[in-house]
Design a protein around this ligand. Structure first.
Ligand code: NAD
Length: 303
């Protein structure tokens, strides 16, 4: 076994995650090597002490642990299973940890393909967003064998505050998708709450006081109400700069709908929420924080 961890995909989440790994590399007894198809993205990790590879082959060279953090299911599948991809180039027996948020079926498919080639693989998507990645307070939801999780637990704990073993392959993604569906629905509920309250002439500060301490309390309502002057952590205080974007929320709600469909489970609120975020996406809000769905709900697209 080597002491090299390869980290592929150093975007908004991957870069701070890999930086935290690299800063703790000595304590972990690991060398951290990163690669992104955007060299600028990979270079962000150099100051934290990561080695920056200029190709997939170079990042994988001798690595016994391989993290992947790329946008969506098709990206994970291509990265791993395309000719010349990770399954062709990784060191024999390497443990692959995919932290991307993807559909359960693809997570299980790539894990099976990896295992058929003699690798080990777990899904380990995260919750906590960019602040959680920066502050190493992410929650990892892990699907796969206990022994594989235990092998990388110290590295997960270097990037996160909580690691939950959710079951066999794909169950980390299942937990992530179910959780984000609740978040997506709650974000819309909070937007409707303020739109109706304001319309009735209710002072938003009073509404905040009530809703953040009563039965309507949600993390979204407390931490990211969509009206200014209520919470310093709100995305509205920075003109809805993300945070977790409308585009990503739409992606995750569609994953939840696909999962529900796969098993024949009705999910009426999740379906409606996906439609609302699709409208917000189409209205030009894709790259704003998901709480900006309020602009659509309250008819404030031009503000
Ligand atoms: P991002 O688009 O900022 O970063 C993805 C990176 O992957 C990019 O730098 C891209 O160049 C790189 N990449 C893609 N394919 C590659 C390949 N084949 N080889 C090398 N590099 C490749 O995305 P992100 O916001 O960091 O999100 C990553 C994953 O984390 C997504 O699945 C997302 O749903 C999930 N997630 C994001 C957040 C968030 O708040 N941004 C929170 C939780 C989970």
């Amino acid at each position: 076994m080597s002491d090299v961890t390869a980290f592929i995909g150093t975007g908004r989440m991957g870069a701070p995650m890999a930086q935290n790994l690299a800063r703790k590399a000595n304590a972990l007894g690991r060398r951290i090597r990163v690669f992104d198809r955007s060299p600028e993205a990979a270079a962000l990790c150099r100051d934290a002490g990561a080695e920056v590879a200029d190709s997939l082959e170079a990042v994988l060279d001798g690595a016994d642990v391989v993290f992947t953090m790329v946008p969506a299911g098709p990206d994970v599948k291509a990265l791993l299973m395309d000719a010349g991809g990770v399954l062709d180039k990784a060191a024999p027996g390497a443990l692959i940890v995919d932290s991307s948020t993807i559909d359960v079926a693809t997570a299980q498919e790539v894990a099976s393909a990896a295992k058929a080639r003699g690798f080990r693989m777990i899904d380990a998507p995260v919750s906590g967003g960019v602040p959680g990645a920066e502050n190493a307070t992410l929650t990892f939801m892990v699907g796969g064998d206990t022994a594989d999780l235990e092998t990388v637990r110290p590295q997960l704990e270097a990037m996160g505050a909580k690691v939950v073993h959710c079951g066999p392959s794909g169950m980390g993604e299942a937990a992530k998708i179910c959780n984000n569906m609740v978040t997506g629905i709650a974000t819309i509920a909070v937007a409707e709450c303020y739109a109706i309250g304001e319309g009735l002439g209710l002072d938003p500060k009073i509404l905040y006081d009530v809703v953040s301490t009563s039965s309507g309390q949600t993390a979204q309502g407390v931490n990211s109400p969509p009206v200014k002057g209520l919470s310093p952590t709100s995305a509205v205080e920075r003109d809805f700069a993300p945070g977790f974007t409308i585009a990503l929320m739409l992606k995750d709600l569609r994953l939840a709908q696909a999962a529900a469909k796969q098993i024949g489970q009705a999910s009426p609120l999740g379906a409606q929420a996906a439609e609302v975020y699709a409208l917000a996406d189409g209205a030009g809000l894709a790259n704003l924080d998901s709480s900006a769905v309020y602009k659509l709900i309250a008819g404030k697209l031009k503000e």
